[in-house]
Design a protein around this ligand. Structure first.
Ligand SMILES: NC(=O)c1ccc[n+]([C@@H]2O[C@H](COP(=O)([O-])OP(=O)(O)OC[C@H]3O[C@@H](n4cnc5c(N)ncnc54)[C@H](O)[C@@H]3O)[C@@H](O)[C@H]2O)c1
Ligand SMILES: N[C@H](CO)Cc1c[nH]c[nH+]1
Ligand SMILES: [Zn+2]
Length: 430
C-alpha cells in the first residue's frame, strides 16, 4: 500500500505511479487475449472447448456447451428460500430503477414545417457476460439481464464460467428470475470471442455487456467494432473519501470489499487526517487476518492500495476526477457538496451509511461500471446499452422549398453534383 500526501514534494510522482502501475499490469494480457480470440474465430467450438479445459479445468464437447433446461431446473431447486427472497428484493429494485431510466421517443415540427424525430429500438441479440472465476456473481446476472429485458431485447445469451464444472445454483436461479434460458458454461476471452464471432453452437450477438477480470475486459475491448460493448468493466475499484468522524473499521471493510474481488482490484482512501489514515491502515491489517478471501485482498491492497492525505475536500475532488474511479464513497457530513465538485466516477455512494456493497446488490442502479479510468468517458450499464436510436426527417414540398436551397449550395460547394440534383430536381430547378 502506498502512503501519499498532497503536501509532500514527492506527491505528484507517487500519484502518477499509483495510476500507471495498474494500467501496466492490465496491459500485460493484450497479446494472450488476441491469440485466444483468433483461435476462437478460426476454430469455433473446438477452440472454445479446449480453452475451457485449459483455463477452467472443465473438459467439454460442443453438445455440452449450453446448460440444459433440466440442469437449470435441478440446480435452481437447490437454492434456499431466503436466497430466493433476497434475489427477488434485488431484482425488484433493479427493475424499478431501470424502468425509470427508459428514454422517450421524440418528435416535433419546426418553423420550416419539417418534422424531426428520434425513435428508440431495442437490439436484437445481446451477450451477457457473468463472471465466475474467483467468485460467483448471481447479482451480475440480474444487473445484466434486467435492463436488457426492460429495454425489450429479444435474444439474451449468457456466458458464465463454471470452474471444475461446478454450477452455481443461485446464478442459475438469477437467470431464471430474469428470463434468461440460453446459458453457456464458458468464460474468459474465449466466451467473449464465441459471442462476438459465433461458433457452430453459439450464434453471434450484436453487443456484449457485463463485467469480468482483465482477460474479459481486454477481450471486450478487442472485439469492439465487430460487436458493440457496454464499457470496460474490469477489476473492481473504490475511492473512499472519509473524515476522522468515521469508524476506521468501517472504512477498512469498504476498502477490502473491493480488494477481495481480484488481485488487480484497487482500493484508495482519501482523508484529511493522516492519523485517521493510519488508523484505517491498522484496521485493514486486522481484517486481513480473518477475511476468507484474505489472499486476494492482501495482494490487491499491497500492490494497488493507497492512503492519500489531502489538505481539504476541494483537493480530494480534483484527485477523484484524475482517478475517475469505478466507485466513489463520500463518508462525510455533507457528501453532496463534495459530490457536486466531482465529474468522473462510475457510481457514487453518499453518506456514512451507504457502503458500496449496497450498490452491488440491492441499491437499484447498475453495478456493472467502467474501470481503469474509463469513467472519464464511459458510464455504467443501463437500459441505453440495449437500445439504439434512429432519427428521422419528414418534409413535404413546401418544407423542402424552404430548406432545400441551402442544401443545394452546400452540395455544390462539396462538388457532389448528384446530391445537389437530388434536391433541386424535386423543386423543378434542374
Ligand atoms: N467493473 C465491474 O462492473 C465489475 C463487476 C463485478 C465484478 N467485476 C470484476 O470481475 C472480475 C471477476 O473475475 P473472476 O476471475 O472471478 O471471473 P471472470 O469470469 O471474469 O474470469 C474467469 C475467466 O478468466 C479466464 N482466465 C483466467 N486466467 C487466465 C489466464 N491466465 N489466461 C487466459 N484466461 C484466463 C478464464 O477463462 C476464466 O474462465 C473481478 O476482477 C471483479 O473485480 C467487475
Ligand atoms: N463490486 C462489483 C463491481 O465492481 C460488483 C459486485 C458483485 N457482487 C459483489 N460485487
Ligand atoms: Zn463488489
Amino acid at each position: 500500500m502506498k502512503r501519499l500526501d498532497t503536501g509532500s514534494a514527492e506527491f505528484e510522482a507517487g500519484f502518477v505511479a499509483l495510476l500507471a502501475d495498474r494500467e501496466t499490469e492490465s496491459g500485460r494480457v493484450d497479446k494472450p487475449v488476441a491469440a485466444i480470440l483468433e483461435d476462437v474465430r478460426t476454430r469455433g467450438d473446438a477452440a472454445v472447448c479446449e480453452l475451457t479445459s485449459k483455463f477452467d479445468r472443465l473438459p467439454l464437447t460442443p453438445d455440452r456447451l449450453r446448460i440444459s433446461a433440466e440442469e437449470i431446473d435441478a440446480e435452481t431447486a437447490k437454492v434456499p428460500q431466503d436466497q430466493i427472497d433476497a434475489l427477488n428484493v434485488a431484482a425488484s429494485r433493479i427493475e424499478a430503477f431501470h424502468r425509470a431510466q427508459l428514454p422517450k421517443d421524440m418528435e416535433f415540427t419546426d418553423a420550416d414545417g419539417v418534422t424531426l424525430g428520434q425513435r428508440w429500438n431495442a437490439l436484437d441479440a445481446v451477450g451477457l457476460y457473468v463472471p465466475g472465476g474467483k467468485a460467483a456473481y448471481p447479482s451480475s446476472v440480474l444487473m445484466n439481464a434486467i435492463p436488457a429485458h426492460v429495454a425489450g431485447v429479444e435474444r439474451l445469451a449468457m456466458c458464465v464460467p463454471t470452474p471444475d464444472g461446478v454450477l452455481n445454483p443461485l446464478v442459475l436461479a438469477a437467470a431464471k428470475r430474469s428470463g434468461v434460458t440460453e446459458i453457456y458454461r464458458i468464460g474468459g476471452a474465449q466466451a467473449v470471442g464465441a459471442m462476438a464471432y459465433g461458433t457452430e453452437t453459439i450464434r453471434p450477438v450484436d453487443r456484449i455487456v457485463g463485467p469480468g477480470n482483465a482477460y474479459v475486459a481486454e477481450a471486450k475491448r478487442q472485439v469492439f467494432g465487430r460487436v458493440g460493448i457496454d464499457s470496460i468493466a474490469g477489476p473492481s475499484e473504490v475511492v473512499v473519501v472519509a473524515d476522522n468522524q468515521n469508524n476506521p473499521r468501517l472504512v477498512a471493510l469498504d476498502l477490502m470489499a473491493q480488494a477481495e474481488h481480484d488481485e488487480l482490484a484497487q482500493s484508495i482512501l482519501i482523508t484529511n487526517d493522516t492519523a485517521f489514515g493510519e488508523a484505517v491502515a491498522a484496521a485493514v491489517e486486522t481484517e486481513l487476518k480473518t477475511l476468507t478471501r484474505s489472499a486476494i485482498a492482501s495482494a490487491s491492497w499491497r500492490d494497488f492500495g493507497a492512503i492519500i492525505t489531502v489538505a481539504n475536500w476541494d483537493e480530494a475532488a480534483k484527485l477523484v476526477d484524475r482517478i475517475a474511479p469505478e466507485h466513489l464513497e463520500l463518508m462525510l457530513d455533507d457528501p453532496k457538496s463534495v459530490f457536486a465538485k466531482v465529474r468522473h466516477a462510475g457510481a457514487a455512494f453518499l453518506g456514512r451509511f451507504c457502503p458500496e456493497a449496497v450498490g452491488d446488490y440491492v441499491g437499484g442502479p447498475n453495478h456493472v461500471l467502467p474501470t481503469s479510468r474509463t469513467a472519464r468517458f464511459a458510464s455504467g450499464l443501463s437500459v441505453y446499452d440495449f437500445l439504439k436510436r434512429t432519427t428521422y426527417i419528414a418534409a413535404d414540398r413546401e418544407a423542402l422549398e424552404k430548406i432545400g436551397p441551402a442544401g443545394v449550395t452546400l452540395a455544390n460547394a462539396e462538388g457532389l453534383e448528384a446530391h445537389a440534383l437530388s434536391i433541386s430536381a424535386r423543386l423543378g430547378n434542374s
